[in-house]
Write a protein that binds this ligand. Structure first.
Ligand SMILES: Cc1cc2nc3c(=O)[nH]c(=O)nc-3n(C[C@H](O)[C@H](O)[C@H](O)COP(=O)(O)O)c2cc1C
Length: 169
């Protein structure tokens, strides 16, 4: 993953053409808009970089462990990289974990958020020249405080009954 932090008017204006019209106020009225990207294609240099960081952080105290870690990660990369689409899908799942964490962490400190899939990924990639940087835009989260007249904020939450969601085996 890689994250773009959009926290000023010039940056907001830059990405706005890629944002669906109905979503544009989510961005312009936010304090921070975060664009979540995946690395595409997933290059060898990134795997080496990860391994070096883990070693630097003390997670790989022996050369055997370093080798095992490298091999096992490469096993999963290979398994999930049969096509560029499957690789992007796999990376996307991992990056959505970060989205979930952000939404949860924001709520925990009283900051409101909106996940935003309503934007044109190709246009965003073009504006930020992401392809050249080995990245692909995936999803957005906007952060701020809900407006008094935010109709969505005043409506109750809607959740399916637990019987439809959970199966106890
Ligand atoms: C993956 C994802 C994408 C979403 N995309 C948008 C969007 O483009 N625009 C928008 O206004 N809300 C978007 N939402 C927010 C939903 O419309 C809805 O407000 C939200 O999921 C409600 O969550 P809650 O029931 O936990 O409050 C998105 C939500 C998710 C999870």
């Amino acid at each position: 993953w890689h994250f773009y932090i959009i926290d000023n008017d010039a940056a907001k204006d830059k990405i706005l053409p890629a944002i669906a019209e109905f979503n544009q106020p989510r961005v312009t009225d936010s304090s921070h808009t975060i664009l979540f990207c995946i690395k595409s294609p997933l290059e060898d240099a990134h795997l080496v970089n990860l391994l070096n960081q883990e070693e630097k952080d003390g997670r790989l105290p022996s050369s055997e462990l370093k080798q095992t870690q490298d091999e096992s990660r490469r096993f999963f990369v290979t398994k999930n990289s049969k096509t560029i689409e499957s690789q992007q899908s796999w990376e996307g799942k991992q990056t959505y974990l970060a989205l979930g964490q952000l939404l949860f962490a924001a709520a925990a400190i009283g900051v409101d958020s909106t996940a935003v899939e309503g934007f044109d990924c190709d246009k965003m990639d073009e504006i930020l020249e992401l392809k050249r940087k080995g990245l692909k835009s995936l999803v957005i989260a906007t952060l701020g405080y809900r407006s008094e007249n935010d109709g969505n904020a005043h409506r109750p939450k809607s959740r399916l009954p637990k019987e439809q969601i959970f199966t106890f085996l």
